[in-house]
Structure formats: C-alpha cells, structure tokens
Design a protein around this ligand. Structure first.
Ligand SMILES: Cc1cc2nc3c(=O)[nH]c(=O)nc-3n(C[C@H](O)[C@H](O)[C@H](O)COP(=O)(O)OP(=O)(O)OC[C@H]3O[C@@H](n4cnc5c(N)ncnc54)[C@H](O)[C@@H]3O)c2cc1C
Length: 365
C-alpha cells in the first residue's frame, strides 16, 4: 500500500501553499483564520479558483473533486493563517446541508452566491439559555399564511454583523417533545425586525454577535428540509462542523513561530515539541478518517475533542516559549487569549465526551 500523496495532490498542495502565502501577504495573517480572518476579496478569489464547493456535486456547481483535495487546500490555507472566514461556514456546512436537504429552488437561489464567495453565512443556533442543549431553544417561528414570523434571540453568532444570511435553528412547535419541534430556516439578515449587536471578546475582536428577531417575516419556502426535523438534520451538520481540519490547525501559525524561537537544545522543550508534533499527526489521522467517511458514526465528537484540546496545548506551549513577551499586546497575545474558545465553540469537550460515551460507545447514562 502506498501512503504517499499522488503527483496531482502534491501539485495541489503546492498551489494552495503559494496562494495562502500570497493571501497572507496581501490580506494579513490571521489567528484562527477560518473564524477570525474575514476578507470578502479573499473569498471571491477562492471562489474564482473553484476552491469553494470543491467536493460538491458538479450538477450543483461544485468541483466534484474527492474530499482529500479539500482537506489539502484547507490545510494549507488554515495553517498559513490566510483569511478564509467569509466563505468558510457556507462552504463547510450550509452548502452541503442545502444539497442534502434543500429544495431545487433553494439550491438555485443560494448555492451560486456561496460558490462565488459572494455570500457570507452565519449559524444562528446558540441562545442565552440554550447552548449545549439544543432542545432548550426558545427562538420561535410561527406560520402565518406562506410566511414564518420569527421572534427571539440568538447569541455568539459568528459573523452576525457581516453575514448576508443566517442559518437559523428555531422552534416551530411547542406541541411535541422539545427536540422534535425544531426547524431550520434561511433568514436574509437585511429583513426588517432584525437587530444585530456585536460582542467584543477579550482579544477586542467583534466577530460574534447577539441577534434579535422581532416579528421577522420570512417566506415558508426558506424552510430547509422537514419541519420539526432540525434535530437530526443539525446532527448531520455538526458532523461537518466537528470533524474538520479547522479544529486542528487554528493556531498552527503561532506554533511555527514559537518553535522557531524555542530553545531546542533544552531536553524538556524537545520533549514538548515531540509530543505536539505527535498530536498534529494523530489529529491529522483522525480528521483524514472523518473526511474519507471512514470514522464510526458520531466519532467526530472524539475528533473535535482531541483536536481542539491539542490546540489548547499548543497555546500553552506558545506562552511558555515566549514567556513575558507573550503578554505584549500583539497577535500572539490575541491568539493565546482566544484559545479557551476552541474547546467551547462547536460543542464543549464535556458534551463531546458525553456523545462519545453515550452515542458511540453505548455506555449507560
Ligand atoms: C468563539 C466562539 C464562536 C461561536 N460561534 C457560534 C456561532 O457562530 N453560532 C452559534 O450558534 N454558536 C456559537 N458559539 C456558541 C457555542 O456553540 C456555545 O458556547 C457552546 O455550544 C456551549 O454553550 P453555552 O455557551 O451555552 O454553555 P452551556 O451549555 O451553558 O455550558 C456551560 C458549561 O456546562 C457544561 N455542560 C453543559 N451541559 C452539560 C452536560 N449535559 N454534561 C456535562 N457538562 C455539561 C459545558 O461543558 C460547559 O462547561 C460560539 C462560541 C465560541 C466560544
């Protein structure tokens, strides 16, 4: 068996690395570039190269390429810190979800904008009283003729302030068991009744927001999939969200900076680098298995848990290597302050361990 990259894959990696270096030169290097590096221009360039929707079926405008090609491109872009955030959520999640569950009209309306890097999407899932527990969602949509009328609040909505669409997860029925009455609706963010307030985090970044909906009217045609079925549809989306390379390489650029500066003659530092290098390789194997569809169902929870905890270990290493210098207020400091978020966003490590124990291993609750 030959585990080496093919000639085409090696060429694609070179091309992606060259693009990433050039994008960093022109648009700046960003920590956590898939969630913090917002550049519409960069998104358009990715679209023009066919690097958005790379694996989507050709009939929907995608590249029809194998998942490993997307892994190679994403790995190079994220490791370098190229700003891909304006397109990332839609490429990773909304596009595949619309392809799987949407109507032909929805695909025709939304996929071309995503593929061109023109439309930015945010995920409206978490609420002040419902984060880990999706069944606790209170934001609600009620039917009024051929419209939904939406009221309620979302929080921690990354890109709420700059996105064109919110992929909203909200309650459409109070009649059934709590997890059955939830639906997914595409909400254009320029509709009347929507108020968006950015939240400043401790790195001074304002990428996530509170989003308020006050009797917002959206056509029922924007319902994605089956009404009340969001719980199982969202589980599928979360598989896209949790098992990817973005969960491993968020602070890779900082790591490389720290390794270059570390005293590699110190045996303890050498041991630490060896452990982190091993972590990167294990993480890559886990992600590759997810990408190739070879992981057991639900295992992306374990992949996310391992990879994001690795990112936190990387951040700790960076602060130890740089010492007091890491507290100078610069990109490094911001990267380190941001690190606790890795094991929270996309589902906390506690929740990932619950999923692994209960749903994958079948342990008693
Ligand atoms: C940087 C960042 C970006 C984000 N972007 C988005 C976004 O774009 N869209 C969006 O919708 N959300 C987003 N989030 C929100 C994120 O999904 C939630 O913060 C996360 O799901 C946890 O929910 P919570 O904050 O309400 O914490 P809670 O659910 O209140 O949990 C609090 C603590 O209790 C623990 N806990 C809760 N339930 C259990 C349990 N059953 N067993 C064991 N422990 C438990 C948790 O592990 C955690 O430690 C983002 C968060 C961050 C940090």
């Amino acid at each position: 068996m030959d585990f080496a990259w093919t000639k085409e894959q090696a060429e694609l990696r070179r091309e992606a690395a060259a693009f990433a270096a050039d994008a960093v030169r022109r648009f700046g290097r960003h920590n956590d570039s898939w969630i913090n590096g917002y550049s519409k221009e960069c998104a358009r360039e990715l679209g023009a190269r066919g690097w958005i929707g790379l694996t989507w079926p050709v009939e929907y405008g995608g590249g029809g390429r194998p998942p490993i090609d997307r892994l190679i491109v994403a790995e190079e872009l994220i490791a370098a810190g190229a700003p891909i955030a304006a397109a990332w959520f839609a490429d990773r999640q909304m596009g595949p979800t619309l392809i799987a569950f949407g109507t032909d009209e929805q695909r025709a309306a939304f996929l071309p904008g995503i593929l061109a890097g023109e439309s930015t999407w945010c995920i409206g899932m978490s609420e002040p009283n419902a984060g880990s527990d999706l069944a606790g969602l209170a934001a609600a949509a009620r039917r009024d003729g051929d419209e939904f009328v939406i009221s309620g609040q979302k929080i921690w909505t990354s890109f709420g302030a700059v996105a064109d669409y919110c992929y909203l997860i909200c309650r459409t029925s109070h009649e059934e068991k709590p997890h059955l009455g939830i639906s997914e609706i595409v909400v254009p963010l320029d509709l009347p009744g929507i108020e968006i307030r950015p939240i400043r985090d401790m790195t001074t970044n304002e990428h996530f927001c509170e989003v308020f909906f006050d009797d917002v009217r959206v056509p029922t045609a924007n319902l994605v999939g089956v009404e009340g079925n969001a719980f199982s549809q969202t589980m599928r989306q979360l598989e896209h969200e949790r098992g990817g390379i973005d969960r491993l390489l968020s602070n890779r650029a900082l790591y490389e900076q720290a390794v270059a500066r570390a005293d590699r003659s110190d045996p303890l530092v050498r041991q630490e680098i060896a452990a982190l290098e091993t972590g990167y390789r294990l993480g890559e194997l886990l992600v590759t298995r997810e990408v190739l569809g070879q992981a057991p169902k639900g295992f992306s929870a374990a992949t996310k848990c391992f990879c994001t905890e690795h990112e936190v270990r990387v951040a700790n290493f960076v602060s130890r290597v740089l010492g007091p210098e890491a507290t100078l207020w610069d990109q490094v400091t911001a990267g380190l302050c941001y690190a606790p978020g890795y094991t929270i966003m996309g589902g906390t490590s506690n929740i990932m361990r619950n999923i692994l124990g209960e749903r994958v291993l079948g342990l008693p609750r």
